[in-house]
Design a protein around this ligand. Sequence first.
Ligand SMILES: NC(=O)c1ccc[n+]([C@@H]2O[C@H](COP(=O)([O-])OP(=O)(O)OC[C@H]3O[C@@H](n4cnc5c(N)ncnc54)[C@H](OP(=O)(O)O)[C@@H]3O)[C@@H](O)[C@H]2O)c1
Length: 247
Amino acid sequence: MTFFTKDKFYIVTGASSGIGRTTALLLNELGGSVIAVARNKNRLEEMKTNCKNPQNMYLEVKDLTEDIENLPIYVKNLKDKYGKFAGMAYCAGIGIRNPLRTIDYETIKKIFDINYIAPILMTKGIADKRNNIGKGCSLVYLSSIDAKLSSKGQPLYSGSKAALSATIKSLSKEVVQNGIRMNCILPSMIVTPMTKSDEFHTNEICEQYPFGWGETIDVANMIIFLLSDESKYISGQNYVVDSGGVL
Ligand SMILES: NC(=O)c1ccc[n+]([C@@H]2O[C@H](COP(=O)([O-])OP(=O)(O)OC[C@H]3O[C@@H](n4cnc5c(N)ncnc54)[C@H](OP(=O)(O)O)[C@@H]3O)[C@@H](O)[C@H]2O)c1
């Protein structure tokens, strides 16, 4: 079993829902201090009422796409408030279907802002030596199996996740000199509010995955492992979590 200590601070984005919520709760239960970031204050507060160690759960209401160019400064301000970071789980994201006829500049920007640009600029902030603990710092990102599958109807989502996976792998080679590790997870279909609509529950999609739909804990466990020192020899990887399905 992996344990964390309360003097280790982790940013968890998307902590108000789905995979990010489960990750924030598990990391807090295992002893880490969590800076839980999302837009919806009520859902963040509801998450906190379910956590095991409320004294180590800190809520930050923030739209990561607002004032996006200043996200590195946002991270510095969080560091001034809480202390240097031991890591981040970037779980915020949107998963809209966009066939070609619906694509325009604004739609591309909306998806790439939260799925690609925000995680990169958050990384710039955390990777700054003044804002992290150095060796032992681990950054984990939610990409998607669609980064590899490029499913029909998901060109922008697939593109944003493929770009994220490629960029994180490249950046991992830079930050290694400061002892920082970076990895992406590429889940398949996980039951969350993002995937509740009928369009995701087709026989064609369900039959692709031998163990059916995954649960948020299936991904959160992998995030915890990658955040922990138990994965200290692992960096720059893209891990598919799809129950041995299509990849
Ligand atoms: N579920 C799946 O099957 C699946 C599969 C592969 C990959 N993924 C990836 O896993 C990640 C988590 O997905 P999920 O299924 O857990 O989704 P979810 O339940 O819809 O949660 C998404 C989270 O992102 C936050 N968020 C969205 N826009 C934001 C913004 N502008 N600023 C700050 N926070 C924002 C939301 O919080 P607020 O609304 O409170 O801001 C929410 O906490 C996503 O990156 C997704 O692409 C999911």
